[in-house]
Design a protein around this ligand. Structure first.
Ligand code: NAD
Ligand code: GLY
Length: 360
């Protein structure tokens, strides 16, 4: 088992990465406030992993409430969030109940937000089951639901007590979801870790073949990058925004097409190509570097051309981005591979040109 910490003073918590961790309830016990937990999952992950997971917790004498949500990004919304509150209240869960998110980023983001707000805050644990959630969403305490006008617009910063990333559960992940997770892995290389980008380029075939050692290495190196950024800038006053490379364009794709049409990682991939193209227009990346960014995404089986929403619609949707400050859109761009910056330097005409060049 590999362990690293997200260093946040008295709220510091461990990320544990390894094979078979979900079958070891002893890893969870030290992080509970009381012997009461609510395990929240969805109707895809539940049939695969809920019963053995809950049986293990009950065998330790814990009182467990099970909550199964409908699957999918389209359900990352108020009505589904309310299902969690309904079940917690019906089971008379009190403030000492720990919520456990067993699922991908959708479950994790919603359970985190439920934990932040249920009775003004209860502890929670992340057990991420997708590559994307293991390398990104389970770490760092961003929790949210979507709004029809924008992705992740309603939420809170609220850190878990523990992240348990079991690489064995990735065996059942559909190929398309695995590839979507790779978009966030590649992101760390592009924004701040050139040696990691080179490692991904060299080991991408092993990752696509689900080599367990390669996956564990990718999860650990990704989480290490994320943990460092979160420790330095928990509430995104600066550096943390660089984790959103490709996301401003990507969120426009997700919202514009309707949540769930393109996977989050797919939208981020196409958005990253737009961000790289824009960086080249500003003179910060060479043609060869943009080609390299494109190639790694293509090799990972990710889309490098955005959908044809029309540049006007992209720009309208991007104006809702959380990085808009005082009416100015700031974008995460690359000043070389491995070096992201947050910049308002691109003109509307340049942004429009990149969208038009990189979309169907
Ligand atoms: P997801 O949670 O929808 O999971 C993808 C699909 O895989 C779902 O159908 C899910 O039920 C299924 N699944 C999950 N684990 C499985 C397993 N082990 N075997 C088989 N099927 C499995 O999507 P995701 O990609 O994990 O997360 C995307 C979400 O994460 C988006 O809503 C995005 O906004 C959010 N996100 C949040 C952060 C953050 O910092 N909080 C960062 C990145 C992304
Ligand atoms: N995925 C972006 C962040 O956690 O800040």
């Amino acid at each position: 088992m590999r362990t690293l910490n997200v260093e946040l003073a008295e709220r510091t918590y461990p990320i544990r990465i390894g094979a078979g961790l979900v079958s070891d309830p002893a890893l969870i016990l030290p992080y509970l406030k009381a012997r009461r937990v609510a395990v929240v999952t969805n109707d895809v992950v539940g049939p695969l992993y809920l019963d053995p997971f809950v049986a293990g917790l009950r065998a330790q004498g814990l009182q467990v409430t099970e909550i199964v949500l409908p699957d999918g990004e389209a359900h990352k919304a108020w009505p589904t969030l309310n299902l969690i509150f309904d079940a917690l209240l019906a089971a008379r869960c009190d403030r000492s109940t720990t919520l456990i998110a067993l699922g991908g980023g959708v479950v994790g983001d919603m359970v985190g937000f439920a934990a932040a707000t249920y009775q003004r805050g209860v502890p929670f644990i992340q057990v991420p089951t997708t590559l994307l959630s293991q390398v990104d969403s389970s770490v760092g305490g961003k929790t949210a639901i979507n709004h029809p006008l924008g992705k992740n617009m309603i939420g809170a910063f609220y850190q878990p007590k523990l992240v348990l990333a079991d690489t064995t559960v990735l065996d059942t992940l559909p190929d398309r979801e695995l590839k979507a997770g790779l978009a966030e892995v590649i992101k760390y290389g592009l924004i701040r870790d050139l040696p990691f980008l080179e490692w991904i380029e060299a080991h991408l075939d092993r990752l696509l073949a689900r080599d367990p050692e390669a996956l564990a290495e990718a999860v650990e190196r990704s989480c290490r990058n994320k943990a460092e950024v979160v420790a330095a800038d928990e509430t995104e006053q600066g550096e943390r925004a660089t984790l959103n490379l490709g996301h401003t364009f990507g969120h426009a794709i997700e919202t514009g097409l309707g949540y769930g049409q393109w996977l989050h990682g797919e939208a981020v991939a196409a958005g990253t190509i737009m961000a790289a193209d824009l960086s080249r227009r500003l003179g910060w990346l060479t043609d060869d570097e943009v080609a390299r960014v494109k190639l790694i995404h293509e090799r990972a089986g990710l889309p490098v051309i955005g959908p044809a929403l029309g540049a006007d619609r992209y720009l309208e949707l991007m104006a809702h981005d959380k990085k808009v400050s005082d009416g100015t859109l700031r974008l995460v761009l690359l000043k070389g591979l491995g070096r992201a910056v947050i910049s308002a330097e691109a003109t509307s005409a340049q942004i429009r040109a990149s969208i038009e060049a990189c979309c169907a």
